[in-house]
Design a protein around this ligand. Structure first.
Ligand SMILES: Nc1ncnc2c1ncn2[C@@H]1O[C@H](COP(=O)(O)OP(=O)(O)OP(=O)(O)O)[C@@H](O)[C@H]1O
Ligand SMILES: O=P(O)(O)OC[C@H]1O[C@H](OP(=O)(O)OP(=O)(O)O)[C@H](O)[C@@H]1O
Ligand SMILES: O=C(O)c1cccnc1
Length: 480
């Protein structure tokens, strides 16, 4: 759903002081190129999942300054009247490209590129970073968790522990893109069609005189959708037996099979194994067991390795906050400017730390796939106008350890970035979120298992074309 929220003022104060400064110095219209990229995947993972593009598009579409915004800025006493007039009639004029949502992305590649008048291209930094950093973080976490669940259903249960309401709603959306089957978050269903569902709370069970009566009442109202929360008193002595009793006494006469039970405390592996035996013995081998309680990818993997009999997981706090590593460190850096003749002048930011040196120029990222297996071979960053001819062998080489090289043949190559805005006009239709989720799943399948594993994954190659490598090295030489 398109949001009409005006988030124009959600920016860092220095974006305004710089914008006013460029404007005052007559540099505001100088065309500049910025890339958003990140340096490492959270949790030491091998890939991240791009998310948040739809909300970024909404942000750009709604960019404008209200009278109150202008008054507030005037009140700060540090912006020129000419600049405030410019803001009053502000029209977004940038070109924007991004890697589509659901795509596996890797450190160092441009995941969003903005080109336009410096005064504008600089200004949008904060919202680009916060929008993409947040959803990419959660989609990446969801991808890890759902992979650990090995095909079992994972529902996102985190709204109540999310960091604010945007964290809950956009977190639910991102978790769905990353692989969750649904969410408990109702507004995410209403607004983004993320399937919402759930079970029952302990308070429901406590409200009745007995656990049996609580389950019975629920079954009478929702016979087709019964997942009994069995741990309020005692899972094996009371919860599971009461679930079976209600299945026999209330649902069986209606010809309806109960859906399952949920375990939310105690030793989940042990309890699930015992509960499975009891349900099977009672003739309910089709009843599913759901587990919840501060789970994450490590606990999911651990539980399954203990032989836990779990069919689905409800995962909240550690997913919605990406608790183990709650920052996706995407940054936004100037990579080029244009001179008066319209020629692109690449720019670099140097650092003692080789990994922190930026990759200059207006670029494209290409992904190479093996024609035979469909597996991703690596990505190559090129100058924007470079063309890769699939008929010709292509040499991939490591941009720092240049002796590491490989010639690839029989490949298919795809540009990763798509254009979102052309001179301020939106030229991109955001795909429906379930399509994005399927695309994400399919694209992750193109990665080798070595890249997908949790611990010490193989580093995926993000190389440079020879032309780009030369540009970067020439700039590095020049600043020595
Ligand atoms: N078999 C297991 N192996 C590893 N971790 C488990 C196992 N069973 C449960 N856990 C995890 O251990 C953590 C703590 O569970 P613990 O049983 O101590 O607390 P609890 O069940 O929440 O307690 P309470 O009964 O007060 O709700 C949770 O994150 C839970 O998911
Ligand atoms: O542990 P999480 O991964 O965040 O999963 C969500 C948790 O939220 C609920 O507990 P809560 O105690 O808030 O409510 P309840 O009374 O319904 O259990 C639910 O029972 C889960 O334990
Ligand atoms: O539906 C559930 O079981 C649920 C929803 C939110 C949080 N915990 C559990």
């Amino acid at each position: 759903m398109m949001s009409n929220k005006n988030l124009t003022m959600l920016t860092d104060f220095y974006e305004f002081t710089m914008a006013n400064g460029y404007f005052e110095k007559g540099m505001g219209n100088r065309r500049a190129y910025f890339d958003m990229f990140f340096r490492r995947v959270p949790d030491g993972g091998g890939y991240a999942v791009m998310a948040g593009v739809e909300q970024l598009v909404d942000y750009f579409k709604n960019l404008h300054f209200t009278e109150e915004d202008i008054e507030y800025l005037r009140g700060r006493g540090c912006f020129s009247e000419a600049f405030l007039d410019y803001l009053k009639d502000f029209k977004f004029e940038c070109d924007v490209w991004a890697i589509p949502e659901g795509t596996p992305i890797f450190p160092g590649e441009p995941i969003v590129t903005v080109a336009g008048p410096m005064v504008q291209a600089q200004f949008v930094e904060t919202m680009i970073l916060l929008t993409i950093n947040h959803q990419t973080l959660i989609a990446t976490k969801a991808s890890r968790i759902t992979r650990a669940a090995q095909g079992r259903t994972v529902l996102e249960f985190g709204s109540r522990r999310a960091q604010g309401y945007d964290g809950a709603v956009y977190g639910a959306r991102a978790a769905y893109i990353g692989g969750c089957q649904g969410t408990a978050c109702v507004i995410a269903d209403r607004d983004f069609r993320i399937p919402a569902g759930g079970t029952m709370a302990h308070s429901w069970v406590q409200m009745f005189d007995s656990e049996y009566e609580a389950f019975k009442a629920y079954a009478e109202i929702y016979p087709d959708n019964c997942v009994f929360l069995v741990d309020t008193y005692n899972v094996l002595k009371s919860g599971v037996p009461n679930a079976i009793r209600v299945a026999n006494e209330v649902l069986a006469p209606m010809g309806i099979r109960p859906k399952g039970i949920r375990l939310d405390s105690g030793d989940i592996a042990y309890l699930s194994i015992k509960a499975r035996e009891m349900l099977d013995e009672a003739g309910y081998s089709d009843m599913q067991i759901m587990a919840s309680n501060s789970l994450d990818e490590y606990l999911v993997r651990d539980l399954l390795s203990q032989g836990a009999q779990i069919d689905s997981f409800g995962i909240g706090e550690r997913l919605i906050t990406s608790k183990s590593e709650p920052v996706f460190g995407g940054v936004y850096k100037l990579v080029a400017v244009e001179d008066e003749k319209g020629e692109i002048i690449p720019k670099i930011k140097v650092s003692e730390n080789v990994e922190k040196i930026t990759t200059p120029h207006f670029k494209q990222a290409y992904r190479f796939f093996d024609k035979l297996t469909g597996k991703a071979l690596g990505d190559v960053l090129t100058l924007r106008d470079e063309v890769i001819n699939e008929e010709q062998p292509y040499m991939l080489f490591h941009p720092i350890h240049t002796w590491k090289k490989k010639i690839v043949t029989d490949y298919v190559v795809k540009p990763l970035q798509v254009q979102l805005f052309d001179k301020g006009e939106c030229v991109y239709e955001c795909p429906p979120v379930e399509e994005v989720r399927q695309y994400c799943h399919d694209q992750i399948e193109t990665l080798w298992e070595q890249t997908r594993r949790f611990e010490n994954p193989q580093t995926y190659y993000v190389d440079y074309s020879t032309k780009l490598w030369r540009v970067k090295n020439a700039l590095l030489e020049a600043v020595q």
